[in-house]
Design a protein around this ligand. Structure first.
Ligand code: NAD
Ligand code: ZN
Length: 382
């Protein structure tokens, strides 16, 4: 006689993390960082291990001294070791040695699960160091201090990390929400113009998928954003971050178990373009091209009115973001579609706009229509 049995194991874990917006987080009089740590752990000292993007230090050569002074005047803080400085940019996600070096340092310096790994840097450093921290002791606490437009308005406030491997982007990584995020506008002042501009693409993306009023604000503010006006930039970052946060909290799928991925609008082509261009294109630039491509495709398939497409392309142009790149015609971009499906792990699901601020999921894309959309972009925006 068979004696099959079944138990159901069930529990849930809720996540909550604050996202602060400030100016000059390590100015000794700024309480946010010290308070953030003591709010998470009021009993123990905020024992912190800092990982810092080299590009940030180049922009702010006094940062390490400033940090030491900050720790000095805040008795609840303590450093486990001198800060570890790592190269910034995509290269740090492409070589596993950086993850290993960081994991080794975390273990050597006895960074335990009650300590904090504080990551200060662009999206690439946040992704790499977040992955290293998530895999040490099965997950160390992280505090993220994103230092680029893109990481402040998108990646840094989210729940993912990862590195590139086996010729594909972000294939190794985890879902691990941070303990706190601090967006500091002071870091944006030292960011090169190209990166400030690239980050605008993710704000346009989240406006396109969720918030027509925000898109219209971006149109009205385009000249100020193009000139890097600080008030406009700060508002763009804050509104974009808030929309990303709201989506993660309310979409019902924070850890992406399903196949729908609206926040990845325009990203199937973008991820492939980044790889095909040998990372000549920044992530945000590739996203701008990917969004233009998918918007044109949506017009070709009768989903999106042409006047909406022209508004989208018009905004990208006014912000001097690219709408075309050689890599779109030189290599087989369509492979990106299959890779995207594999990354989703199920049925191909691509978000397509039906109007600015709204869209639907489609489950297949027509090769001929993709090719004609590429030709359309080539004809206008090469
Ligand atoms: N985890 C996610 O959910 C998610 C979402 C979107 C994008 N991403 C990833 O983010 C990465 C792109 O991030 P990014 O756009 O922030 O660029 P980046 O991290 O590649 O940084 C670009 C350059 O800016 C430098 N830098 C960073 N901050 C600076 C500062 N304040 N002053 C001067 N220089 C500074 C860096 O050293 C680097 O050279 C990509 O790898 C992308 O895949 C991840
Ligand atoms: Zn993106």
């Amino acid at each position: 006689m068979r004696a099959d049995r079944e138990y159901t194991q069930r529990f849930s874990v809720s996540y909550e993390y604050p996202v602060y917006f400030t100016d000059d987080v390590f100015e000794t009089g700024n309480p946010i960082f010290a308070t953030a740590l003591s709010r998470i752990d009021p009993v123990r000292a905020g024992r912190s291990f800092f990982v810092i993007d080299e590009g940030v230090i180049e922009g702010r050569p006094r940062l390490l001294e400033q940090l030491a002074e900050y720790v000095e005047v805040h008795p609840n803080l303590e450093l486990s070791a001198p800060a570890m400085v790592v190269p910034g940019g995509e290269g740090v996600k492409g070589d596993p040695r950086y993850v290993e070096e960081l994991q080794r340092a975390l273990i050597d310096h006895h960074v335990d699960r009650h300590s904090f790994v504080v990551i200060v840097g662009g999206g690439a450093v946040l992704d790499m160091a977040g992955f290293a921290a998530a895999t040490c002791h099965r997950g160390l606490r992280t505090v993220r201090i994103p230092t680029t437009v893109l990481s402040q308005n998108d990646s840094g406030v989210g729940v993912k990390n990862g590195i590139n491997a086996y010729g594909a982007k972000n294939v190794l990584g985890t879902f691990s929400p941070p303990c706190a995020v601090i967006d500091d506008i002071a870091f944006i002042r030292t960011l090169p113009e190209r990166d400030r501009r690239a980050g605008l693409a993710e704000a346009i993306k989240v406006a396109l998928i969720k918030d027509r009023a925000f898109f219209e604000w971006l149109e009205r503010s385009a000249d100020r954003l193009d000139a890097f006006d600080e008030d406009a930039t700060a508002e763009m970052i804050r509104r974009s971050a808030a929309l990303h946060l709201e989506h993660i909290a309310t979409s019902g799928d924070p850890f992406e178990l399903g196949s729908a991925r609206p926040l990845d609008y325009g990203h199937w082509a973008a991820h492939k373009l980044e790889i095909l261009s040998g990372h000549r294109l920044r992530h945000g630039e590739a996203v701008a091209i990917g969004m233009a491509l998918d918007a044109r495709y949506a017009v070709t398939s009768g989903l999106l009115p042409e006047r909406e497409l022209m508004r989208i392309c018009g905004l990208l142009e006014r912000l001097h973001l690219p709408l075309f790149d050689e890599a779109l015609v030189e290599a087989d971009i369509l492979i990106g579609l299959e890779e995207f499906r594999e990354h989703l792990g199920g049925e191909l699901t691509i978000f397509m706009l039906t109007e600015i601020g709204r869209g639907i999921d489609v489950h297949q894309m027509d090769q001929g229509a993709i090719e004609s959309s590429i030709r359309w972009l080539d004809g206008r925006y090469r």
